[in-house]
Write a protein that binds this ligand. Structure first.
Ligand SMILES: NC(=O)c1ccc[n+]([C@@H]2O[C@H](COP(=O)([O-])OP(=O)(O)OC[C@H]3O[C@@H](n4cnc5c(N)ncnc54)[C@H](O)[C@@H]3O)[C@@H](O)[C@H]2O)c1
Ligand SMILES: O=c1ccn([C@@H]2O[C@H](COP(=O)(O)OP(=O)(O)O[C@H]3O[C@H](CO)[C@@H](O)[C@H](O)[C@H]3O)[C@@H](O)[C@H]2O)c(=O)[nH]1
Length: 333
């Protein structure tokens, strides 16, 4: 397999920055494009070519393709907050679906052969069964999930029409931070459970709200499949290798561990690491939360030479906590 230069869009964001690390650790040449709308420049290593701008800026993208000799794209750039997508659907279709259309159009015109796309478990909506399998119904219940599913469809149709193959990777709940402390999730109003919880653990918040304890789950709180960001990005590198090795094949894969943890189980595990437990406030249900989301990762483990390294929730929380303490010590967000 011959490695090609890879353009990482959204490489200054949480997951994209870990993908940059994973690619470089595996010997790939990388360039980043990010408009810094939610991303942060300091999580991108200084020696990675960094282009500040929008993935829908055709002139800029064409220039990067030509200058860097890009052969593959990992596309993380996008808007990610589910409730915001309900309030501003057109903004989500613009920044997710239309921007992806623009990027894909530029990629096809430039002859870029491989496209790895950040999709989401939100494409399944409220699944009828868990663990969810890739072939199960895709019935997103919010514009965020719909905007991602539309991009999956564009990729599918494009892979038939043009000399390009793709991987649509459907993430479950991404969490944790780089084990070496080189990147992690940066603030700017995160709503993710583990990020909010570790912010409370280091004193940035005085409590955590628990959204719903009356769900039809074993302890009444919602169940999710939390996957460590470094395991997730390692799967991206494996997926890209596969796209290059088998150019006639596409990949559609859930990225999760296939196991669920409840909100209360996660908070209990974090409390065990702390001198003082985090104060919890029991609140009503948050709109749009499915009770239980767990991946089937059979396709992932059968298709790619990938196995989980950091699945233990104590490890995930430990890395998230270390990163949060680092942010605090450096007076970063
Ligand atoms: N975090 C999760 O749990 C999760 C779950 C499922 C899917 N995803 C997907 O993973 C991807 C990355 O998510 P994240 O958690 O790292 O979010 P993030 O907000 O940290 O990263 C997104 C990055 O994209 C940049 N960006 C946004 N729009 C852009 C544009 N038009 N042009 C250039 N740059 C742009 C932002 O500045 C940011 O750096 C997203 O596509 C998201 O939908 C995330
Ligand atoms: O302060 C908080 C934050 C979250 N939760 C609960 O914790 C669970 C997980 O919530 P969160 O971390 O916000 O993730 P999800 O809403 O499950 O969504 C994430 O995971 C999805 C895939 O499973 C992706 O599609 C989304 O992009 C990503 O944000 C949910 O039950 C929330 O109600 C709380 O109780 N208190």
């Amino acid at each position: 397999m011959t490695k090609c230069p890879v353009l990482v869009t959204g490489g200054a964001g949480y997951i994209g920055s870990h993908a940059v690390l994973a690619l470089r650790d595996a010997g790939w040449q990388v360039a980043v494009i990010d408009n810094l709308s939610t991303g942060t420049r300091y999580v991108v290593p200084d020696d990675v070519p960094f282009h500040e701008g929008n993935v829908a800026d055709r002139e800029l993208v064409d220039r990067i393709f030509a200058e860097q000799g890009i052969g593959a794209i990992m596309h993380f750039a996008g808007s990610i907050v589910v409730p915001e997508s309900v309030e501003q659907p057109l903004e989500y279709y613009r920044n997710n679906t239309l921007s992806s259309h623009a990027l894909l159009t530029a990629a096809v015109a430039a002859g870029v052969k491989h496209f790895v796309f950040s999709s989401t478990a939100a494409v399944y909506g409220e699944p009828e069964r868990v663990p969810v399998q890739e072939g199960d119904p895709k019935l997103p219940i919010n514009p965020y999930g719909a905007s991602k599913l539309m991009t999956e469809r564009m990729l599918e149709d494009s892979s038939f029409a043009y000399p390009l193959n793709y991987a649509a990777l459907r993430y479950f709940n991404v969490s944790g931070a780089d084990p070496e402390g080189r990147s992690g999730q940066v603030g700017k109003g995160s709503t993710h459970l583990i990020k909010v919880a570790v912010e409370a653990a280091v004193g940035k918040r005085d409590h955590i709200d628990v959204y719903g304890t009356d769900y039809p789950t074993p302890d009444g709180s919602c169940v999710r499949d939390y996957i460590h960001v470094s395991d997730l990005t390692a799967a991206h590198v494996k997926a890209l290798e596969r796209l290059i090795e088998k150019p006639e094949q596409n990949l559609i894969l859930n990225l999760g561990y296939g196991r669920g943890l409840s909100v209360l189980e996660v908070l209990d595990a974090l409390d065990r690491k702390l001198d003082k437990p985090i104060r919890r406030e029991m609140k009503g249900r948050r709109a749009g939360d499915p009770p239980m989301l767990i991946s089937s990762n059979r396709a992932l483990t059968e298709t790619l030479d990938w196995s989980a390294r950091y699945a233990d929730i104590d490890v995930i929380l430990g890395h998230a906590l270390e990163w949060e303490r680092k942010l605090l010590a450096r007076n970063w967000q």
